[in-house]
Design a protein around this ligand. Sequence first.
Ligand SMILES: *Cc1c(COP(=O)(O)O)cnc(C)c1O
Ligand code: SF4
Length: 338
Amino acid sequence: MLVNHEPHMIARSADWKNALANAVRDPAELLALLDLPDNLLAGATEAAKAFPLRVPRGFVARMARGNPADPLLRQVLPLGEEMLPVAGFGPDPVGDLAAQAGAGLLHKYHGRVLMTATGACAVHCRYCFRRHFPYGEQRPGRDDWQGVVDYLQAHPEVDELILSGGDPLMLDDQQLHALSQRLRELPQLKRLRLHSRLPIVLPERIDSGLLAWLAGLPWPVVMVVHCNHPQELDETVAAALAQLHRLGLTLLNQSVLLAGVNDDAETLIRLSHRLFDCKVLPYYLHQLDRVKGAAHFELAESQLALLTETLRARLPGYLLPRLVRELPGDVGKRPYSG
Ligand SMILES: *Cc1c(COP(=O)(O)O)cnc(C)c1O
Ligand code: SF4
């Protein structure tokens, strides 16, 4: 193992910024670190021009060497196939551009508004439905979060704000503090939700400063992490999640169903069990959004029905993720009905 953090050590703020700055961005370096053949390089370089490679070293350390089919590697390695056009796969599969309610705000569902707090992520997931999203124009923090305050004041029925992205924990502690100070002006808020992949891909982010910020929030906090495979949940991640659990946060997980990563029942069952060990309950298992460049991750319809049945037969209800799909114009995520 390349990483060997003390499980109970809480990192300092410089640590996560260093880990982020040191993320692997060069396909040739990633292949070399994992003893993978050069014949993957041409495709990786080409696909990385459209959506760059980015992966923290701690996440790379959880991959097996010499295995081009490693389920963690597959999530981040650019492939030549991404460049092939596939019918039905477009740049904005869930209709986000049409649902924008203001700078960085998406108001699609009753009572909750999702804010793309920043476009940045610590990892670039090849299947990401926001890979073509024009985040450059999305900086809701630019005006001291005035846009979100105005919007929520005009919509008092919204009682939950979802901080998403990109990844909201890419904001530093100071920015998070500035945001939560503004949100205190909104008496309607009953819950604050964060959707973040950082506890999984960059557990250094769960440091003393972030824990202090979370502990000081006046609302119940729901954190939805994003993990697709049990191999992602090593001891460093388990320790970070335990810190969050100790604060009393509600911890949930969302996964994306991905061919070649987690498209078999045994893996998904192990994932649910391992999440539970880490104090996290499975929430959503998303069907792939049909985003351009991600067609090779799609499962056949017949496989979905079989998987759903097997999971239902094997898992207790509270460890069974809801298999859902997001469709443009829908009132909520749509449960799969085979
Ligand atoms: C997924 C999503 C939500 C949250 O949906 P839940 O079913 O409450 O988890 C809210 N807003 C948008 C725009 C979303 O895409
Ligand atoms: S962390 Fe989430 S938003 Fe960022 S690239 Fe991965 S899937 Fe997309």
